[in-house]
Design a protein around this ligand. Sequence first.
Ligand SMILES: Cc1cc2nc3c(=O)[nH]c(=O)nc-3n(C[C@H](O)[C@H](O)[C@H](O)COP(=O)(O)O)c2cc1C
Length: 189
Amino acid sequence: MQVLGICGSPHTGGNTAFALRHALSVLAGEGIETEFISLADKRINPCKGCFHCRQGTCIQQDDDMPVILDAMLACDGLILASPVYMGMVTGQMKVMMDRTVIFRAGGRFALTGKIGAGIACGGFRNGGQELTLQNMQTFFLQQNMFAIADGPGYSHSGAAIVGRAAEDSVGLETVENLARHMARSLRGR
Ligand SMILES: Cc1cc2nc3c(=O)[nH]c(=O)nc-3n(C[C@H](O)[C@H](O)[C@H](O)COP(=O)(O)O)c2cc1C
């Protein structure tokens, strides 16, 4: 069993990376293999909308997206983590999401049945964490995946951080709950 975490922050050592690494460490403690990918050091071009992917391949092979697509295909669970930017996921995360359209192309839905969960880190309370999580959940549903939230004891929209992740004890509790919920969901499949 393997869980892939993708961090959509431009900072490799920021709040989002901290929260995602925290989730992955809880999963590792549950005996689940993990992989961490930061989009901060990746070059991902926007989708050109050419639908060449309907023929089975993307015309853009010269950036870092093929590595991410391979990692997504290999995982059983996917945690997307994004800072809140203008109330939504970052541009980096959205561009990455768009390029995964190849998984849907031609009706293949290659991510079918994988389990997805989201972590949103905002500077402020009510800064858009919920809509950011919904951006990710919509992505999971469009990929015919199962979307899960943070699960008990709070079970809201996913894990949400306010301000400095390392100092947000309640936020980190939602991150830990989400990781344990992911582990349970994977075992229950
Ligand atoms: C361009 C930009 C837009 C932002 N928009 C929001 C926002 O709408 N709501 C919010 O709560 N925080 C917002 N923030 C703050 C970040 O979400 C917050 O600092 C976050 O912890 C950064 O995560 P990182 O350290 O992983 O980069 C914004 C920051 C930037 C740079």
